[in-house]
Design a protein around this ligand. Structure first.
Ligand code: HEM
Length: 414
């Protein structure tokens, strides 16, 4: 929403609004259309001097760029009232004009329609959104965002954080082995895979933090740090968000392609899911899994693939970067609501992923940072994957016999 056409559109809208209020677009009474006369959207002719005694008072210019529409949504008394009667009894009252403005009537603008299809509309046409009773679309969107999306989205994130905290304090980190435990060193992630993962993770965190300041900052930060600092902070973070968004998309595609091969459903995944990896089973022992367990595959398909498409597509719409779309207010409102819901779900899902990848599981963070795990760790958490390595079915560069690391990693002895 930050491109130059926007500034000119807003400038035009503000100028137009000011002009309406000050009467700069004056009425040419002689040329004013009569009831039933053809309607045009062109501005009236050059301003005429205000009539003297008996006419409208000096400075009150009734008609404006919003010309009369003799149809159902036009005020039937508009012409009668504006042709002098209202101006005589209620000088300065241009309510009929504002009724038209707020019903979405298109006024005149010199901006080309192809560039700014809605520049002549000061207040958007009536549409409402589920969750709001309001018939003015802008206000309906605002209500849906502020009364539904922000509070419920915030509540969901707090619930997820609370659940993770309870889980951590009740159970502690999963697993007995650190990443390096065991005789051999096995390469879990190649340097390319780690670069792709970290590029994506950094872009994600940047977007999540800047997005959450935009979404929740008004309620949580503004009262604490004050308007000036909050204004600069959100302006900076919003600009960063718009810039990092497309970079995130590129890194997401790379991550998707890189890890696709090991994320297809495999034998044992369903059982893993039904028992949450063994947590719901009788003995609570972790179930065997392939290179990625079924939980990681859910994050991959649900978070990276599905939510990734929705989040990036809606974000690119708001950045006006997708071709073939009519960028009007309603498009932006729908894109924004979709983006808000999808990003909150994505953040909730990745909070779980980040938890397991850091404090939730012994050795997981080190595996992604260094790229290596010992065979005790591999056997404990990814037994099927370990069996494949032991049987030599995983490509040789993925594993190394004791003391002979591949890719120049540090030597280890059993
Ligand atoms: C291609 C990727 C993305 C693009 C192009 C993008 C773009 C945008 C844009 C244009 C806005 C509106 C900013 C404004 O008001 O001017 C926005 C808001 C937001 N974005 Fe993104 N975004 C992307 C990815 C993400 C991701 C990955 C997250 C979270 C992890 C996220 C979270 C948010 C949040 C929370 C908001 C604020 C919504 C609100 O205020 O209600 N975005 N994004």
């Amino acid at each position: 929403m930050s491109r130059s056409t926007d500034s000119s559109r807003w400038l035009a809208a503000v100028t137009l609004a000011l002009a309406c209020c000050t009467g700069a677009f004056a009425q040419d009474k002689a040329a004013a259309p009569q009831p039933g006369a053809p309607v045009t959207n062109a501005p009236t002719a050059a301003p005429t001097p205000a009539p003297g005694a008996g006419g409208a008072p000096q400075g009150i210019q009734g008609q404006n760029i919003f010309t009369v529409k003799p149809d159902a949504d036009a005020d039937p008394n508009y012409l009668k009232q504006n042709n002098g009667e209202r101006n005589r009894v209620q000088p300065g009252n241009n309510a009929p004009m504002w009724r038209q403005v707020s019903s979405g009537t298109q006024g005149y603008t010199s901006l080309p329609k192809s560039e700014a299809p809605e520049a002549g509309v000061l207040v958007q046409r009536f549409v409402t959104y589920p969750g709001s009773q309001h018939t003015n679309a802008g206000e309906a969107w605002r209500q849906v965002r502020n009364q539904w999306l922000i509070p419920y989205g915030g509540a969901l994130l707090l619930i997820v954080l609370g659940a993770l905290a309870i889980f951590y304090f009740a159970k502690g980190p999963i697993g007995e082995h650190e990443a390096g435990d065991g005789g051999r060193r096995i390469e879990r992630f190649t340097p390319f895979e780690r670069s792709a993962h970290w590029a994506n993770a950094i872009a994600f965190c940047t977007l999540a933090i800047s997005g959450m300041v935009m979404a929740f900052g008004r309620a949580l930060l503004l009262p604490v740090i004050g308007g000036t600092l909050f204004g600069w902070l959100t302006y900076g973070l919003k600009t960063l968000h718009n810039f990092v968004g497309p970079l995130f998309l590129v890194s997401l595609v790379i991550v998707f392609v890189t890890f696709l091969r090991d994320n297809f459903p495999q034998k044992g995944d369903l059982r893993w899911l039904l028992t949450l990896g063994g947590m719901l089973s009788k003995d609570h022992r972790e179930l065997p899994s392939h290179r990625f367990n079924a939980g990681e595959k859910v994050v991959f398909w649900g978070g990276v693939f599905l939510l990734g498409i929705v989040v990036t597509a809606s974000g690119l719409v708001m950045d006006k970067l997708l071709p073939g779309i009519d960028y009007v207010r309603q498009t932006m409102q729908v894109a924004h609501m979709v983006h808000n819901v999808a990003t909150v779900l994505m953040i909730a899902m990745f909070l779980g992923h980040i938890y397991i990848g850091t404090i939730g599981m012994r050795g997981a963070y080190s595996a992604m940072r260094e790229g290596w795990v010992g065979d005790a760790w591999a056997r404990e958490h990814h037994a099927y994957w370990y069996d494949e390595i032991a049987a030599g079915r995983i490509p040789a560069e993925r594993s190394t016999p004791a003391g002979r690391p591949v890719h120049g990693g540090p030597a280890r002895t059993a």
